[in-house]
Design a protein around this ligand. Sequence first.
Ligand code: DOR
Ligand code: ZN
Length: 476
Amino acid sequence: MADATLDTLVTGGTLATEDGAFAADVAIANGVVVAIGAPGSLPAGRETIDATGRIVMPGVIDVHVHFREPGMTHKEDWDTGTASAALGGVTTVFEMPNTNPPVDTVAHFRLKKAAADARAHVDFGIYGLLAEHNLAELPGLAEAGVCGFKLFLGNTTGDLPCPSDGAVLEGFEIVAGLGLRCTIHAENSPVLFWRQNKMRAAGRTDVFAHLAARTDVVAVEALSRSAIFAEWTGARIHIAHESCAASLPHIRFFKARGVDMTVETLPQYLYLDAESMTQPGGEVLRMNPPIRQQANQAPLWQGLTDGAIDMISTDHAPHAVEEKYNADIWNVACGFPGVQTSLQLMLDAVAKDRLQMTDLVRLMCAAPARAFGLYGRKGVLRPGADADLVIVDPTAEAVLGAADLASRGKVSAYEGRHVTGKPVRTMVRGRTVALDGRLTGSRGWGRIVRPDMPTPAPKNQNTTTKAILQPHQRPW
Ligand code: DOR
Ligand code: ZN
């Protein structure tokens, strides 16, 4: 029986959720999931998608991508970046503010949003910058609709200066009152610059020098300082690109104390290692924080299932090919593309029994949605949710390579790697935006998402930087 009000019925597939997998059909109308039912129990829609033998899962949410527009469109733009996302099964991206101009004012937010509105294939959030020079802008940015804030404690592409600790604390006080989550690039800039400058002065240019500048304590210290400030102020924080086994006990400690802190790691830290940077072209692995010694991998995998690490994102960081190769490591641009391959890499871990499919759905869909106030609309397939979904062929074999990337950054850190499991269809709000490796949506289909966060819970408000400006105010 057909139902004229239904647009699409996805039938015959296995629905993967955080809790388990079961045979189910999914009915979609007006871009929203309207019913999930036993196989054959739902009326047919105008379109039927046969998912027999396939896994149906929520669209991946990647809370850490760099799409470079405005200002660095020779590396990427909203069209090529979100095309990569669509092909990779990613239906929502959060884009970082280290563009030119950075997203430090409402006007700059609007500039970026106009580019994204015009060209995005998938839904998107836009981060605002938290920097020393723009603390007064944070409430306006929140009002305008940023998905959260980004604080660069560690230096990286864009060379945004690290704010002083005083400014960071005041920034957290403001962010705590707004309730949005602040994502942190947790590396200690003074330490890494000190070490980098000394090595450069000593003539060190080899591939290991970058990691030597940013040795573990650089990450552990910045993480811990961030967590202490977050606990004090009540700011919600998110630790970007956790790369380091030595951070994990600290993460567990602060989480046990009740700090509202979420943590992401990236496929590159799970799969790649610094030791292999001596191979020809190994310098492409230069990124921030650095890819560390192989011994970090097993603890990071462990962290995915024991609660230390909440989610997987990509730090998709494309550069022009010529910017990625240089004999002098200090002249190699930091980062490489990832948004198109993260789901494939993690599906491969499921195929190899390294990860459960339930964990994958939690780490790539549900947890990012929960952390950033999207859960219910995104990150889960249930009646009322946006029909953002990926249909996966769990047995399809593929060989990863730069030539297949829609990204302008035609550099792959996974060139030639064999993986099992592949997204064959990506749907954003009911529309198929990628099918069998081809784009089928259109530029401009993507829409901005606005977080719906719990009520802000600021702490120690009598002693904030703002409060102590009142004459005779007692800081207790
Ligand atoms: O390697 C990186 N590249 N790490 C970052 O934190 C930023 C990124 C970029 O924007 O290129
Ligand atoms: Zn990044």
